[in-house]
Design a protein around this ligand. Sequence first.
Ligand code: ZN
Length: 244
Amino acid sequence: MEDIAPELYRKINADFTAAVRNDGTIKTLVTKGNSKPLTQKELTTISTRLGKHASDAFKKTLTVEALPDGKMYWNIADRTIRPVMEQIYNTNNLLESNALRLKDKAAGVNIGVVKGADPTARINEIIQFTLDSKTAEELSNALNLPVTTTALDFNDDFMEANAELRDKMGFKQVITREYDGVGLANGRRPCNWCIGRSGTYYSYQEAKDAGAFERHTGCGCTIDWSTNDEVNNDEYNSSVDLPF
Ligand SMILES: [Zn+2]
């Protein structure tokens, strides 16, 4: 049988890359992030948009018509979905790291920055959703919210890893979680799961125990954190080149 994965990936990657390059909001924020630390809300905006562009590219190319027997197979998902999601993970970590280093510099501290948790398990979960899909609609759904939420999860994983590290080093952490105000069923019901996790926490452990870093599929909460209260936004010189 002909190996179709390379051609599917070529199309997806071309669509994804073009969409990111043409995204003026991402461009503006990335440029801003070279001289000032991006806020968590801005970083969340970038992740959401990267996730949406990936989801659109997947849904356009990974259709039942394009797949053998109309089904997704592990070896195809592994070579099409995974590399794009890994690129989002790396981009998130790059932007988050830069924002954090700029904040630290302003606060006059020099603390190490670590990457968020290995993304393999989260990406495998998306792949599993596509493998479990029995219809065109299920496949499209599997490539929709699970993809965009995972892009946000990468952000959260970075925050969590660094908040934990800094907590261990004795730096006081403040974690906040802001409810997105949208809720469930297109806004018809409030999301009590998220409302119960929203608020301000004055240590990493308190936030972790309250589930402040957790997300459900489709969740739009903004999770933020800081090591230092005072940030002086003036004198920076640092830059990030996106791999697109
Ligand atoms: Zn929710």
